[in-house]
Design a protein around this ligand. Structure first.
Ligand SMILES: [Zn+2]
Ligand SMILES: [Zn+2]
Length: 279
């Protein structure tokens, strides 16, 4: 297995997993009920991208995921996306999508461009701007980032770093993948979903390496999700343990783990980077 694994994007599995988790955890019905049509939209865009790209070819700069955004191919899909959010999104988000749809194309092109250039690189406490707009840009551009990272760029050389070696974003999750008798910890990027290998006993935010400062909590309700905390920087990483549940789809299982966000809040730990739905 290569140090840097790409090509694991599978929307069909994400959607099926969201259905399975919604029946297992009734409290996720609403959140995953909204995620499913969103993921179906992302899937459609992801699958259309090779063809759209062919119509307006752009060559990304050497290994740089965040080269200029290919805006001409995104205009029509973004209009469709705004229509979907207006129809299916929760109230405030639907209203924001309506406002956005009424703006000139240049204005939302600017939003997408800004997010593409700077999004997910800052720590949450420093983030500014409108969180609803950021949600729209993040959800819409995810399949685009995944497509470029997986299909168009050469592999990244091995390195243990706290930010995605592909696009400099913060990790969304840890993923423990079975290897030998144990698991190998990967970090999954919050912007382009690529994974890179990361040492098991190491804070992914501040680099703390002393085991006694890195407590791990596992809730009975989610035996396959580790809340990996750091006493030095008071942040945590949520790690999906595929050695405990091989059917888990990290990005989706994370969305279902709402009680773990509440627990972390109450215990004074901040997440390194929040997920698509802001938890
Ligand atoms: Zn990335
Ligand atoms: Zn730390």
């Amino acid at each position: 297995m290569s140090f840097f694994s790409g090509g694991t994007i599978n929307y069909k599995s994400r959607i099926e997993r969201a259905e399975a988790l919604a029946s297992r955890y009734p409290f996720t019905k609403e959140i995953l009920g909204f995620y499913r049509p969103v993921a179906r939209f992302q899937q459609e865009l992801y699958e259309q991208l090779p063809k759209l790209w062919g119509k307006h070819p752009r060559v990304p700069a050497d290994g740089n995921l965040r080269g200029p955004l290919n805006l001409p191919i995104l205009v029509e899909p973004f209009q469709k996306f705004l229509a979907l959010i207006q129809a299916q999104g929760p109230g405030p988000l639907a209203a924001e999508a309506r406002t956005m749809a009424q703006r000139a194309a240049e204005q939302w092109a600017e939003l997408l461009d800004e997010f593409w250039t700077n999004g997910m690189q800052e720590l949450s406490e420093n983030e500014s701007g409108n969180p609803l707009d950021e949600f729209l840009a993040r959800v819409f551009l995810l399949p685009y980032a995944e497509f470029i990272a997986g299909a168009m760029l050469p592999p990244v050389p091995p390195m243990t770093v706290c930010r995605c070696p592909r696009c400099n974003s913060l990790p969304l999750l840890g993923v423990l993948r079975p290897e030998g008798d144990g698991g190998k910890r990967m970090l999954q990027c919050s912007f382009c979903s690529q994974e890179w290998e990361f040492r098991r006993i190491l804070c992914a935010r501040c680099g703390e390496g002393a085991e006694q400062k890195l407590p791990v909590y596992v809730a009975e309700q989610f035996p396959h999700i580790r809340v990996e905390c750091c006493e030095s920087c008071k942040h945590y990483l949520r790690t999906i343990d595929l050695t405990k549940d091989g059917h888990a789809i990290p990005l989706v299982d994370d969305l279902a783990a709402i009680p773990l966000s509440l627990w972390a809040d109450q215990n004074g730990y901040k997440r390194i980077q929040s997920n698509l739905l802001g938890t």
